[in-house]
Design a protein around this ligand. Structure first.
Ligand SMILES: Cc1cc2nc3c(=O)[nH]c(=O)nc-3n(C[C@H](O)[C@H](O)[C@H](O)COP(=O)(O)OP(=O)(O)OC[C@H]3O[C@@H](n4cnc5c(N)ncnc54)[C@H](O)[C@@H]3O)c2cc1C
Length: 613
């Protein structure tokens, strides 16, 4: 294919990063006069030259399809990642003079950081919060729903708790520990179970509106007949930012943390941050430093080392803000231990852009992702059909959002860690009949999440066209060509399509996990389309080891004095070796809920433990 199509320019990336920011930046007005896209300006973006002229060379699909030693590992294109460095960041020594003074420094103003800063300030600490982007909210502002299994006052109103009402944190912990195969710290899980509801109630007291009209907002457990409701988490992060401002938190935007400061006794006493990305400021934290700067979805080397299943099985990430893992590396640099090894959370539809020279970090709503999540014929590289998990809400009202996580696992685990979707020229005719829910819905002007969609993608065809242009979605005149260019062995795809067409002609699916008859569309008319799919990574669950006081613990088993971490810079919220962050979308509290809870816990513990009374 045309080499030019194999690359995206730096300018493209900046434009897209800017779109992310623009879609969410409204609330930043006043917080910073500088466009948020500038936050990316100095970051390394793959191997691309600063002038945007360089091309990324990527191997042909066939060469990378089943790559690596023992056929187990699927190589990623490092140039597509925003970061590729797992080395610990060493601490700095105490300077002769500090630039800024406070009690507590919070790193990151996303889901976790906003809560940590506001909570610590509310409890009387003088707080500085440094944020790399030009706006608050992090990835959390893009989230749609907050999950919790009980213990929140609104759930009490409905007499809802899991596993049974009345709410019992011990019973919830016991259930979760079983789900996590006992590979977690029970005291930490208990803390989440016990404090989760309280943290969300506290946010309500701070001004967060958890209701849509009269309807409380939470995600119910699998097979429950309670539905979830979509709420804009941006409203929640805006409210927490406003509350923090009222409590006197001093926010510094476009001021990324660069290193911890450690004194001779081994205590963390401050942070070095780069004001305007340039000028190093030594910030004295008289009581504590709290790391709440997200995880490392966008750092290839960290994924490979700490979450090999995500490195192998995920094809893209949809956290476009940050997630390069510097704060995790800072923790490693002061001797922190790691927990939650090999645990992450993904949804389905990780389109393999990076294998074709595109970006690893993609917007969740880009049209191509939604197209890839429909029930097309899906096979592994041996030609076996793969099961589809239907996300339509069941007749009993059962919540079907779990289908997105379960399908991700199916797509991440076949040989070679990719699945392959195939359809023909009539694909657009079938979409309405699939009626998939949640973020599988095609992008339309009335989509409830439309304000999260960058303008370019508000017509879903644009994202699909981008994928065709990049040859990520392959359009070929014959199935044989498609087979070869997807890197499949001769006969694998043609046989699978022939079998599928026979099934369609019969009108009933005899597969072990049959799809409804009305979804049986033969693949006969060219052009033919195919795409490689893996998981769509949305959260790393490996991170710094913390105890139930949110204190970071070293590899010597001792607390590192003065250092706290919340999710997702911390790990361990769903044990080890969890593919999908079970049981509910990442942890007991989903993903964004966990970050909110972790920030609240960090702010509370740091003040209570360190104020020296
Ligand atoms: C489109 C989309 C939809 C989602 N939907 C859901 C959903 O419905 N439900 C759900 O539970 N989860 C959802 N998520 C995931 C959820 O948003 C994240 O899990 C959550 O934001 C994590 O919070 P956090 O505090 O760990 O990280 P973030 O919210 O990303 O905050 C981290 C902050 O730290 C900053 N930072 C990073 N490095 C540095 C540094 N060196 N110095 C200073 N600052 C730094 C970042 O810029 C960022 O602002 C979604 C995510 C996206 C993108």
């Amino acid at each position: 294919m045309d080499e030019a199509k194999r690359s995206l320019s730096r300018r493209d990336f900046l434009t897209r990063a800017g779109l992310f920011a623009a879609g969410t930046a409204a609330a930043a007005a006043g917080a910073s006069g500088v466009p948020a896209a500038a936050a990316y300006a100095d970051e390394r973006i793959g191997n691309w030259a600063a002038d945007g002229s360089a091309e990324v060379t990527v191997p042909e699909s066939a060469e990378t399809n089943a790559s690596g030693l023992y056929g187990m590992y699927r190589e990623h294109n490092a140039a597509a990642f925003p970061a590729d460095d797992a080395t610990p960041i060493p601490p700095r020594a105490v300077p002769e003079a500090w630039d800024w003074e406070c009690d507590i420094v919070v790193v990151g103003a996303g889901g976790g950081g906003l809560n940590a800063a506001a909570r610590a300030a509310e409890l009387g600490a003088q707080v500085i919060c440094v944020e790399a982007l030009g706006l608050h909210g992090g990835n959390a502002q893009s989230a749609g729903m907050c999950g919790i299994l009980g213990g929140m006052s609104m759930q009490e109103e409905k007499k809802f708790a899991f596993p049974s009402y009345p709410f019992d944190a011990q019973a919830l912990t016991d259930w979760a520990m079983d789900e996590y195969h006992y590979a977690a710290d029970p005291k930490l899980i208990y803390k989440i179970a016990e404090q989760g509801g309280k943290s969300l109630d506290w946010m309500a007291d701070c001004g967060v509106q958890w209701r849509l009209g009269e309807v409380p907002v939470y995600v119910a457990p699998k097979n429950s007949t309670l539905d979830h409701h979509v709420l804009k988490m941006k409203d929640a992060t805006d409210a927490m930012f406003a509350y923090g401002q009222r409590k006197g938190v001093e926010y510094h935007f476009q001021c990324p943390a660069a290193a911890l400061v450690r004194d001779d006794a081994g205590r963390i006493v401050g942070l070095v941050a780069k004001e305007d990305f340039e000028h190093e400021r030594y910030i004295h934290a008289r009581q504590a430093v709290i790391l709440t700067a997200g995880g490392f979805c966008n750092n290839k080397a960290l994924l490979e080392r700490y979450i090999p299943t995500a490195a192998m099985g995920c094809a893209s990430s949809y956290l476009v803000g940050g997630e390069t893992g510097e704060c995790f590396r800072m923790g490693l640099g002061v001797g922190a231990d790691v927990s939650g090894f090999n645990s992450s959370a993904s949804f389905d539809g990780g389109v393999d852009w990076q294998a074709e020279g595109g970006q690893w970090a993609r917007f969740l709503y880009d049209g191509m992702t939604q197209l890839s999540r429909q029930p097309w014929l899906t096979i592994d590289r041996c030609g076996n059909r793969l099961r589809y998990m239907d996300s339509r809400v069941g007749e009993d009202g059962a919540n079907a959002i779990y289908a997105l996580g379960d399908l991700a696992t199916i797509q991440m685990t076949p040989p070679g860690h990719r699945s392959y979707i195939i359809f023909d020229s009539h694909y657009e005719d079938h979409l309405a009949g699939y009626a998939q829910e949640h973020c599988r819905k095609l992008i339309t002007p009335d989509l409830e999440q439309i304000d999260k969609v960058p303008e370019h993608y508000r017509d879903w065809h644009h994202g699909v066209q981008d994928a065709l242009d990049a040859d990520v979605l392959k359009e070929r005149a014959t199935l044989e060509e498609l087979e070869a260019d997807l890197g499949l062995a001769e006969g694998v795809l043609t046989r699978a399509v022939a079998d599928w067409n026979e099934t369609c002609a019969r009108g009933t699916d005899d597969f072990m996990y049959p799809v409804p008859d009305e979804w049986l569309h033969p693949i006969v008319d060219p052009p033919f389309y195919g795409c490689r799919i893996g998981g769509n990574l949305y959260g790393t669950k490996a991170g710094l080891l913390i105890n139930d006081q949110m204190q970071v613990v070293g590899t010597d088993g001792l607390v590192i004095p003065g250092l706290y971490a919340g999710w997702h810079t911390a790990g361990g919220a769903c044990g080890e070796n969890s593919y999908i962050g079970d049981p509910i979308l990442g942890s007991l509290m989903g993903d964004v809920g966990l970050a909110f809870c972790g920030g609240y816990l960090c702010g509370t513990s740091a003040v209570e433990n360190e104020r020296g009374e």
